[in-house]
Ligand binder design. Structure first.
Ligand SMILES: C[S@@+](CC[C@H](N)C(=O)[O-])C[C@H]1O[C@@H](n2cnc3c(N)ncnc32)[C@H](O)[C@@H]1O
Length: 309
């Protein structure tokens, strides 16, 4: 899926960059600055995301007025401005090119959203965007991978939306094709890994064990001498759902929220009302993503991109 996407997208970037070189000489740097599609950027050229892609990115992230949106490499500011104008969200664009920052601040003013949308000159690999609840990007595969460890330090439930490019082996939670563009959404998962002690009225005391990579979970439950697999575990941000067949053969459905070393929620049996449960982690969780960019994944992403050019 990734390689198929890389080809046309990366080729399009390269062709537009060449065309831009021919027309950039006349670009202004003052108040009437006119950016050129394909102009050079620090780590990636500027091409604006089409309107239908921007709309879909913000829809998939379920942006609300209470959100704090950061667009990494914000170009002319269209994603951050749309988030402010269409959803009332406070938005910030981080952009390395100071002319683009000036232009987008002016466009935010013209759109009447300067009170909630702003742009800062910054390198996205240095800037602090830890207050974001939604992160948007239209970069390159290897830049996404370089950002991935930082994204995993953000609170569970933070939404990450990328135009065109994936995140290596971190599978998206949702995808879309909008016109010619691909959109990918991930939710930062809570860390549910490790050993848990389950307590719930009317349920035999049990140990739960989850192993986790990114948002993908597997695990089992131990009821004394009986070990049963955890069926269909699903983690979406901090929301954890799974099923277990108990010692009497009844399938229990759990619906909970992970908060640090505690999971609380409800458990239900077929045909019966849900009752509360809680689980407490015993010991330490394991890391669910690498803490630094994976060199092998990085080099295969940039090799695939350069072959596609
Ligand atoms: C493909 S454009 C996307 C613009 C906008 N996000 C959109 O989707 O319409 C990428 C932008 O990232 C900027 N950029 C490249 N490297 C950067 C860096 N290290 N820090 C901040 N901005 C960067 C470029 O100048 C360019 O404007």
């Amino acid at each position: 899926m990734t390689t198929a996407l890389l080809g046309p997208a990366s080729r399009r970037f390269a062709l537009i960059a060449l065309a831009a070189l021919a027309t950039m000489a006349g670009a202004q740097t003052s108040g009437n600055y006119e950016p050129q599609r394909g102009q050079a950027g620090k780590d990636v050229i500027w091409i604006p995301s089409p309107d239908e892609v921007v709309n879909r990115m913000l829809q998939m992230a379920e942006v609300k007025a209470s959100d704090r949106v950061f667009d990494l490499g914000s170009g002319d500011g269209k994603i951050a401005i749309a988030a402010g104008r269409n959803y009332g969200a406070r938005s910030t664009g981080l952009e390395f090119n100071p002319d683009m920052v000036q232009l987008s601040n002016r466009l935010a003013k013209e759109a009447g959203v300067a009170d909630k949308v702003n742009f800062r000159q910054a390198d996205i690999f240095v800037a602090d965007f830890s207050s974001a609840t939604v992160v948007t990007m239209y970069l390159l595969p290897e830049l996404n991978l370089r950002l991935r460890p930082k994204l995993f330090t953000m609170p569970p439930g933070t939404r990450v939306v990328s135009h065109s490019f994936t995140m290596g082996d971190w599978q998206p939670d949702e995808t879309a094709r909008a016109g010619t563009g691909e959109v990918f959404l991930w939710r930062i998962p809570a860390n549910a890994s490790g050993q848990w002690k389950l307590t719930a009225p009317g349920v035999a005391e049990a140990g739960l064990r989850f192993s986790q990579k990114y948002q993908m979970l597997e695990g089992d439950a131990e009821f004394g001498p009986l070990r049963a697999s955890i069926v269909q575990p699903r983690l979406s941000g901090d929301v954890l759902r799974f099923q277990v067949r108990d010692p009497s053969g009844v399938v229990l459905s759990f619906d909970g929220k992970v908060a640090g070393n505690r999971i609380t929620g409800t458990v239900s049996r077929p045909g019966q009302a849900a009752t509360p449960f809680q689980a407490t982690r015993e010991g330490e969780p394991s890391p669910i993503a690498e803490r630094a960019p994976d060199p092998a994944e990085l080099s295969s992403a940039s090799l695939a991109a350069s072959l596609a050019r």
